[in-house]
Design a protein around this ligand. Sequence first.
Ligand code: PRP
Length: 184
Amino acid sequence: MYNIENDIEKILVSEAELKAICDDLAAKLTEEYGESGRDLILVCILKGSIMFASEVFKRLRFPCAIEFMKVSSYGAGTNTSGFIQVHLDLKRDVKDADVVILEDIVDSGRTLEKLSHLLANRGAHSVKCCTLLDKPERRQVNFNADYVGKAVPDVFVVGFGLDYDEKYRNLPYVGVLKPSVYQQ
Ligand code: PRP
Protein backbone atom coordinates (compact mmCIF):
# COMPACT_ATOMS: atom_id res chain seq x y z
CA MET A 1 0.00 0.00 0.00
CA TYR A 2 1.19 3.50 -0.82
CA ASN A 3 1.23 5.29 2.55
CA ILE A 4 0.82 9.05 2.15
CA GLU A 5 2.71 9.57 5.41
CA ASN A 6 5.89 8.63 3.55
CA ASP A 7 5.54 11.95 1.66
CA ILE A 8 5.72 14.00 4.87
CA GLU A 9 9.06 15.58 5.75
CA LYS A 10 8.08 16.45 9.31
CA ILE A 11 5.06 17.09 11.49
CA LEU A 12 4.51 20.83 11.94
CA VAL A 13 1.38 20.77 14.15
CA SER A 14 0.80 17.53 16.00
CA GLU A 15 -2.58 16.03 16.89
CA ALA A 16 -2.04 17.08 20.51
CA GLU A 17 -1.22 20.64 19.51
CA LEU A 18 -4.23 20.77 17.15
CA LYS A 19 -6.46 19.69 20.01
CA ALA A 20 -5.04 22.40 22.27
CA ILE A 21 -5.46 25.03 19.53
CA CYS A 22 -9.09 24.04 18.94
CA ASP A 23 -9.76 24.06 22.71
CA ASP A 24 -8.32 27.56 22.95
CA LEU A 25 -10.20 28.95 19.93
CA ALA A 26 -13.50 27.41 21.05
CA ALA A 27 -13.01 29.00 24.48
CA LYS A 28 -12.40 32.39 22.87
CA LEU A 29 -15.51 32.07 20.68
CA THR A 30 -17.54 31.06 23.73
CA GLU A 31 -16.29 34.11 25.60
CA GLU A 32 -17.19 36.45 22.74
CA TYR A 33 -20.48 34.94 21.53
CA GLY A 34 -21.75 32.63 24.27
CA GLU A 35 -24.06 35.20 25.82
CA SER A 36 -24.61 37.60 22.93
CA GLY A 37 -28.27 36.70 22.46
CA ARG A 38 -27.83 36.94 18.68
CA ASP A 39 -27.69 34.13 16.14
CA LEU A 40 -24.14 32.90 15.55
CA ILE A 41 -23.43 31.33 12.18
CA LEU A 42 -20.11 29.56 11.68
CA VAL A 43 -19.11 29.47 8.02
CA CYS A 44 -16.86 26.56 7.06
CA ILE A 45 -14.92 27.25 3.88
CA LEU A 46 -14.67 24.10 1.79
CA LYS A 47 -12.75 22.05 1.44
CA GLY A 48 -9.70 22.78 3.55
CA SER A 49 -11.59 23.78 6.70
CA ILE A 50 -13.68 20.64 7.16
CA MET A 51 -11.66 19.11 9.97
CA PHE A 52 -10.85 22.36 11.73
CA ALA A 53 -14.47 23.56 11.55
CA SER A 54 -15.87 20.31 12.91
CA GLU A 55 -13.35 20.28 15.77
CA VAL A 56 -14.21 23.85 16.79
CA PHE A 57 -17.97 23.36 16.27
CA LYS A 58 -18.17 20.28 18.49
CA ARG A 59 -16.51 22.15 21.34
CA LEU A 60 -19.17 24.89 21.50
CA ARG A 61 -22.00 24.43 24.00
CA PHE A 62 -24.21 27.41 23.18
CA PRO A 63 -26.74 27.56 20.31
CA CYS A 64 -25.03 28.17 16.96
CA ALA A 65 -25.37 27.06 13.35
CA ILE A 66 -22.86 25.88 10.79
CA GLU A 67 -23.03 26.65 7.08
CA PHE A 68 -20.71 25.89 4.18
CA MET A 69 -19.24 27.90 1.33
CA LYS A 70 -16.84 27.10 -1.48
CA VAL A 71 -15.11 30.14 -2.94
CA SER A 72 -12.11 31.11 -5.05
CA SER A 73 -10.44 34.48 -5.03
CA TYR A 74 -8.72 36.05 -7.98
CA GLY A 75 -6.56 39.10 -8.37
CA ALA A 76 -2.86 39.83 -8.54
CA GLY A 77 -0.40 42.28 -7.10
CA THR A 78 -0.54 44.13 -3.84
CA ASN A 79 -3.77 45.99 -4.42
CA THR A 80 -7.14 44.70 -3.29
CA SER A 81 -8.74 44.61 -6.73
CA GLY A 82 -9.96 41.30 -8.03
CA PHE A 83 -13.03 39.35 -7.12
CA ILE A 84 -14.32 36.34 -5.35
CA GLN A 85 -16.16 33.55 -7.11
CA VAL A 86 -18.77 31.71 -5.06
CA HIS A 87 -19.03 28.04 -6.12
CA LEU A 88 -21.30 26.99 -3.25
CA ASP A 89 -23.27 29.54 -1.28
CA LEU A 90 -24.83 29.66 2.18
CA LYS A 91 -28.27 28.13 2.62
CA ARG A 92 -29.38 30.77 5.08
CA ASP A 93 -29.56 34.51 5.43
CA VAL A 94 -26.84 36.09 7.56
CA LYS A 95 -28.76 39.35 8.07
CA ASP A 96 -28.39 40.60 11.66
CA ALA A 97 -26.42 37.49 12.66
CA ASP A 98 -22.90 37.28 14.02
CA VAL A 99 -20.77 35.41 11.49
CA VAL A 100 -17.47 33.66 12.15
CA ILE A 101 -15.68 32.39 9.06
CA LEU A 102 -13.63 29.28 9.79
CA GLU A 103 -10.61 28.87 7.51
CA ASP A 104 -7.78 26.39 7.43
CA ILE A 105 -5.12 28.86 6.32
CA VAL A 106 -4.59 32.52 5.45
CA ASP A 107 -2.02 32.87 2.70
CA SER A 108 -2.24 35.96 0.46
CA GLY A 109 -5.27 37.02 2.53
CA ARG A 110 -7.44 37.62 -0.55
CA THR A 111 -10.04 34.95 0.17
CA LEU A 112 -10.91 36.14 3.65
CA GLU A 113 -10.55 39.81 2.85
CA LYS A 114 -13.11 39.56 0.05
CA LEU A 115 -15.37 37.02 1.70
CA SER A 116 -15.69 39.02 4.89
CA HIS A 117 -16.72 42.07 2.86
CA LEU A 118 -19.22 40.00 0.90
CA LEU A 119 -20.90 38.68 4.06
CA ALA A 120 -20.86 42.10 5.73
CA ASN A 121 -22.60 43.50 2.64
CA ARG A 122 -25.36 40.94 3.14
CA GLY A 123 -26.24 42.64 6.41
CA ALA A 124 -24.49 40.52 9.02
CA HIS A 125 -24.32 42.19 12.42
CA SER A 126 -20.63 41.28 12.58
CA VAL A 127 -18.17 39.22 10.55
CA LYS A 128 -15.02 37.83 12.10
CA CYS A 129 -12.45 35.39 10.80
CA CYS A 130 -10.93 32.45 12.64
CA THR A 131 -8.09 30.58 10.99
CA LEU A 132 -6.22 27.50 12.07
CA LEU A 133 -2.98 28.52 10.35
CA ASP A 134 -1.57 31.85 9.25
CA LYS A 135 1.30 32.45 6.84
CA PRO A 136 2.00 36.15 7.46
CA GLU A 137 5.05 36.15 5.16
CA ARG A 138 2.77 35.43 2.19
CA ARG A 139 0.35 38.29 2.69
CA GLN A 140 -0.57 40.29 -0.43
CA VAL A 141 -3.39 42.40 1.00
CA ASN A 142 -3.92 44.21 4.27
CA PHE A 143 -5.84 41.54 6.13
CA ASN A 144 -5.47 39.90 9.53
CA ALA A 145 -7.72 37.23 11.01
CA ASP A 146 -9.39 37.96 14.34
CA TYR A 147 -8.48 34.55 15.75
CA VAL A 148 -5.35 32.65 14.73
CA GLY A 149 -4.51 29.13 15.83
CA LYS A 150 -0.86 29.15 14.83
CA ALA A 151 1.44 31.22 12.62
CA VAL A 152 3.60 29.04 10.40
CA PRO A 153 6.55 29.72 8.11
CA ASP A 154 6.24 29.73 4.34
CA VAL A 155 6.52 25.98 3.84
CA PHE A 156 4.23 23.58 1.95
CA VAL A 157 1.78 22.36 4.57
CA VAL A 158 -0.72 19.53 4.15
CA GLY A 159 -3.00 17.46 6.36
CA PHE A 160 -5.93 18.12 8.72
CA GLY A 161 -7.92 19.30 5.69
CA LEU A 162 -5.11 20.93 3.71
CA ASP A 163 -4.22 19.31 0.40
CA TYR A 164 -1.73 19.04 -2.38
CA ASP A 165 -3.50 17.98 -5.60
CA GLU A 166 -6.48 16.85 -3.45
CA LYS A 167 -4.32 14.44 -1.45
CA TYR A 168 -3.21 14.49 2.21
CA ARG A 169 -6.39 16.15 3.57
CA ASN A 170 -7.05 13.00 5.61
CA LEU A 171 -3.86 13.16 7.67
CA PRO A 172 -4.76 13.84 11.33
CA TYR A 173 -1.91 16.35 11.78
CA VAL A 174 -0.39 19.22 9.76
CA GLY A 175 2.84 18.20 8.10
CA VAL A 176 5.41 19.65 5.75
CA LEU A 177 5.34 18.00 2.33
CA LYS A 178 8.62 16.66 0.99
CA PRO A 179 9.73 18.93 -1.89
CA SER A 180 10.34 15.84 -4.03
CA VAL A 181 6.55 15.33 -4.15
CA TYR A 182 5.73 18.65 -5.81
CA GLN A 183 8.97 19.22 -7.68
CA GLN A 184 8.74 16.08 -9.79
C1 PRP B 1 -7.05 27.73 0.28
C2 PRP B 1 -7.42 27.91 1.73
C3 PRP B 1 -8.04 29.27 1.74
C4 PRP B 1 -7.30 30.01 0.67
C5 PRP B 1 -6.25 30.85 1.32
O1 PRP B 1 -8.15 27.24 -0.40
O2 PRP B 1 -8.30 26.93 2.16
O3 PRP B 1 -9.41 29.22 1.42
O4 PRP B 1 -6.69 29.02 -0.19
O5 PRP B 1 -5.50 31.54 0.34
P1 PRP B 1 -5.44 33.11 0.23
O6 PRP B 1 -5.20 33.65 1.61
O7 PRP B 1 -4.24 33.30 -0.67
O8 PRP B 1 -6.68 33.60 -0.39
P2 PRP B 1 -8.08 26.51 -1.82
O9 PRP B 1 -8.48 27.49 -2.88
O10 PRP B 1 -6.74 25.85 -1.99
O11 PRP B 1 -9.23 25.44 -1.73
P3 PRP B 1 -9.42 24.16 -0.76
O12 PRP B 1 -9.69 24.69 0.62
O13 PRP B 1 -10.60 23.46 -1.34
O14 PRP B 1 -8.15 23.33 -0.81
